[in-house]
Design a protein around this ligand. Structure first.
Ligand SMILES: Nc1ncnc2c1ncn2[C@@H]1O[C@H](COP(=O)(O)OP(=O)(O)OP(=O)(O)O)[C@@H](O)[C@H]1O
Ligand code: SF4
Ligand SMILES: [Mg+2]
Length: 431
């Protein structure tokens, strides 16, 4: 996590925080081509008729000691990704390596020792604590399940953990209903940290809490990371939650990662149009900008169904920059700038690169070349097969600059012209 204003303090240190820069740190978790499809079955024979492609081929790595933020709209597969990388659910395809070990297909028994190292914090601090168990029993559960006897006994260790998360050791015999939402989330954090995990996946850890309490819990997690050398994957709905705590951010859309970048780069100049749209929804508390018209990009329509995602770039049905190539060819996730991977045929903030940034320019050209030949082949095939059907009226996006018209891409009520949005200043209206 980056530096934040801290309102909490953690009394005891266990493992010193790593001093190396995020980019130099060792990879803790590596995910390649990860898929999780939920089958849809019908009929007496329960035959599979389709599948919900919740996670559909994602690649990323988490480095030791870093915080990776994962953001995206509801239903884009964030929680599923979290449950699969912690092996609470089995992946459909791809691989997961933890500390170099392939854990993709480990059985429950073989995963048990690794459960100590990989923990999850859940979104709902009310539903995730058993109301009939005392706090002592809840936080000591990991010791019982793993058969671990801490030095000084379980009770002493649980009381130490309660203190570590800012609660009192006297809370040991109390029940969850006696605590507020923020306190319950602290109990959930104490339980997750009981066995000194190496990786903590937190699925929307503060979204159920009041805004004032959110900052306290986020700061507590930040403090604990510094003191215990933790690695976090923090899942959130919107960029404002992960903005100040993430070293890197993965933006997900419909089961795919569309941008993966160092936090500062993502916030300074997002390259994927979807990231740019998400960013425009985050309020900027900047007094210098007070009184200025707020730039807001409004996405048209809902997220398409993950059962039958759109062809090519999955965002093309909502993107104001979509062209024919976006419909036919899936853009690969490429490093267009050092520390910034983007899956887009027409990335944002690209034309204004400094002239010395030859690497970036050639990387982007490579992206175009990569898809260019595939598109030409695809177009030639299509032209042969259905030349008559491919009329200009059916394919308005192929016309002129191949730019989808404003009417197609932007909400009718909050119309933003394509020219305005393509222009660097994104003079989108916010009526
Ligand atoms: N067990 C399941 N069976 C079938 N479909 C599922 C299952 N779990 C999730 N899905 C589907 O997978 C897709 C992704 O769900 P997921 O919960 O991962 O999204 P999310 O990004 O976490 O959303 P939210 O922000 O609302 O929590 C959704 O369409 C969801 O309906
Ligand atoms: S410009 Fe094309 S590739 Fe890029 S996000 Fe929009 S639709 Fe996808
Ligand atoms: Mg979720």
């Amino acid at each position: 996590m980056s530096e934040t204003n801290k309102t909490e303090s953690a009394p005891e240190a266990a493992i010193p925080h790593q001093a190396s820069a995020p980019g130099e740190r060792e990879v803790l978790l590596k995910v390649e081509g990860l898929q999780k499809h939920f089958p849809i079955k019908k009929g007496i024979l329960q035959r599979q008729v389709a599948a919900v492609k919740a996670v559909d081929g994602i690649d990323f790595e988490v480095r030791k000691g870093e915080t990776l933020g994962v953001v995206g709209e509801s239903g884009c597969g964030k929680s599923t990704m979290g449950r699969v990388i912690t092996r609470l659910q089995d992946p459909t395809g791809g691989s997961i390596h933890f500390e170099g070990q392939d854990i993709t297909k480990l059985s429950t028994g073989k995963m048990r020792p690794l459960r100590r190292d990989i923990q999850m914090i859940f979104q709902d601090p009310y539903g995730s604590l058993n109301p009939r168990h005392t706090i002592g029993s809840i936080v000591s559960a990991p010791f019982r399940l793993q058969g671990v006897e801490p030095e000084g006994g379980v009770k002493k260790e649980v009381q130490r953990l309660l203190e570590l998360v800012g609660l009192s050791p006297e809370h040991y015999n109390r029940y969850p209903h006696e605590f507020s939402g923020g306190q319950r989330q602290r109990i959930g954090i104490a339980r997750a940290l009981a066995l000194k995990p190496k990786l903590v996946v937190a699925d929307e850890p503060v979204s159920a809490l009041d805004v004032s309490i959110q900052a306290q819990v986020v700061n507590l997690m930040d403090d604990l990371q510094q003191e215990l050398g933790l690695t976090y994957v923090i899942i959130a709905h919107d960029l404002s939650v992960v903005r100040h705590v993430s070293d890197r951010v993965a933006v997900m859309y419909l089961g795919k990662i569309v941008e993966f970048a160092d936090s500062s780069k993502l916030y300074e100049s997002p390259m994927h149009p979807y990231t740019k749209a998400l960013m425009s929804a985050v309020p900027v508390p900047d007094p210098k900008r007070r009184g200025q018209k707020n730039e807001r990009i409004l996405l048209r329509g809902d997220v398409p169904s993950p059962i039958a995602p759109p062809s090519g770039c999955r965002f093309h049905t909502r993107c104001w920059k979509a062209t024919q190539i976006c419909k036919t060819t899936e853009p690969p996730l490429l490093e267009l700038r050092p520390g910034q991977r983007v899956a887009c045929h027409h990335p944002e903030n690209f034309a204004d690169q400094a002239p010395q940034d030859v690497v970036l320019l050639s990387a982007a050209k490579e992206a175009v070349d990569l898809v260019g030949s595939a598109v030409l082949a695809e177009e030639a095939k299509q032209a042969q097969a259905s030349a008559a059907a491919e009329t200009a009226s059916e394919e308005p996006a192929a016309a002129a600059e191949e730019t989808v018209t404003a009417e197609e891409t932007v909400s009718a009520e909050e119309t933003v012209s394509a020219e305005e949005t393509v222009a660097e200043n994104q003079e989108s209206t916010d009526k």
